[in-house]
Design a protein around this ligand. Structure first.
Ligand code: 5MM
Length: 334
């Protein structure tokens, strides 16, 4: 498959990406929040339960794994990548090494992981990965994000993308403008514009083939603490406008992160975007929390009741599958 074909398969109409690449530290927080101990066995059990659901074949075009998970075997003896391939999902892997304090602007962070990346990529390819993920993080504050943070993170994203394409995989380019703070939606629009612009400048400099990437941006939304609430229609209008102005049309797929939105908000907003999508972009989801939250809760309560866990996950994935076509409605949630 060409890189473009892989990217289109990951974002195929009615499907999206399951972001199951939580690092062990993040999984610890997630499992502790539902009262379960974060052991190797529990992490694998939860993930294997999701990956054996019927939703995988219908609504999940790709799954992002963490380094530990891509090497694991399921309870039936096949490897996790084999299980995903059986379900026709493209295997993905998070290759960034998390964030570090940005020298010179210690309130901000830079994503780490370029050292030794070429060698790691060749190993991941052999393990079955056909796409990768790298997440850059931008905080909105009085003086943030700084030009320094925007430029250095965009540069790292582009260097990463060039290496990934050299290794014959599709890079997910994830510049995340966080929802923390009390900023309004227009501030998020402006910061997202600046960040996307710089990312595509750097991707061009590094000669990254845009037809062979998937962009994973934030939606244009107000901060969590903003006093000005907005409708899904306004979010949709501003998000689509921002993407049309700042994302080159060669990019085949745009798969949003959920960023701390509730499950239904993330579905509703994606649906509103797709209801007015007049572009050629395949616009879908690459959700972590907004796909897994309810399933995680059910798993914690009824760990041996696979059917109950599958029902919850299948429903959430189906709702997002519909939203990726602009065919969701609130009535379907009951
Ligand atoms: C699934 O969580 C991902 C990994 O997080 P850490 O490296 O912090 O453990 C995260 O990058 C995720 O893929 C994106 O933020 C999208 O997830 P959400 O929950 O925002 O949809």
């Amino acid at each position: 498959m060409t890189l473009e074909e892989i990217a289109k398969k990951m974002c195929a109409k009615g499907k999206g990406i399951l972001a199951a690449d939580e690092s062990t530290g993040t999984m610890d927080k997630r499992l502790t929040s539902v009262g379960v101990e974060c052991t190797d066995k529990n992490r694998l059990n939860f993930r294997e339960t999701l990956f054996t659901s019927s939703a995988m074949k219908s609504y999940i075009g790709g799954v992002i794994l963490f380094d530990v998970t891509i090497r694991e075997k399921t309870s039936t003896g096949i490897s996790i990548p084999e299980l995903l391939e059986k379900n026709n999902s493209v295997v993905g892997i998070k290759v960034d090494k998390g964030t570090k304090k940005l020298a010179g602007s210690p309130e901000e962070v830079i994503t780490d992981g370029l050292d030794g990346l070429r060698e790691r990529l060749s190993e991941y390819y052999k393990l079955g990965a056909r796409f990768t993920k790298w997440r850059a993080v931008f905080n909105i504050g009085k003086n943030y994000p700084s030009i320094q943070s925007i430029k250095s993170n965009a540069h790292a994203l582009a260097r990463y993308s060039a290496l990934v394409q050299e290794a014959k995989m599709v890079p997910i380019v994830e510049p995340e403008v966080l929802m923390e703070g009390d900023h309004d939606i227009d501030t998020c629009y402006k910061v997202t514009t600046d960040v996307l612009n710089e990312c595509f400048n750097e991707l061009a400099i590094q000669k990254v083939l845009l037809k062979g990437i998937v962009l994973k941006p934030n939606m244009v939304v107000p901060g969590f603490k903003s006093s000005k609430k907005v409708t899904p229609e306004e979010i949709a209008k501003k998000t689509l406008d921002c993407l049309k102005k700042n994302v080159p049309s060669d990019v085949p797929g745009i798969a949003f992160l959920s960023g701390g939105q509730s499950e239904q908000e993330a579905t509703n907003n994606l649906d509103a975007i797709n209801k007015i999508n007049d572009t050629n972009f395949l616009i879908t989801y690459s959700y972590g929390r907004a796909l897994q939250q309810s399933a995680l809760k059910t798993w914690a309560e009824e760990m041996n009741n696979t059917k109950a866990i599958h029902d919850v996950f299948n429903h959430r994935a189906k709702m997002n599958g519909l939203a990726s076509k602009g065919e969701w409605s609130q009535a379907l949630e009951v």
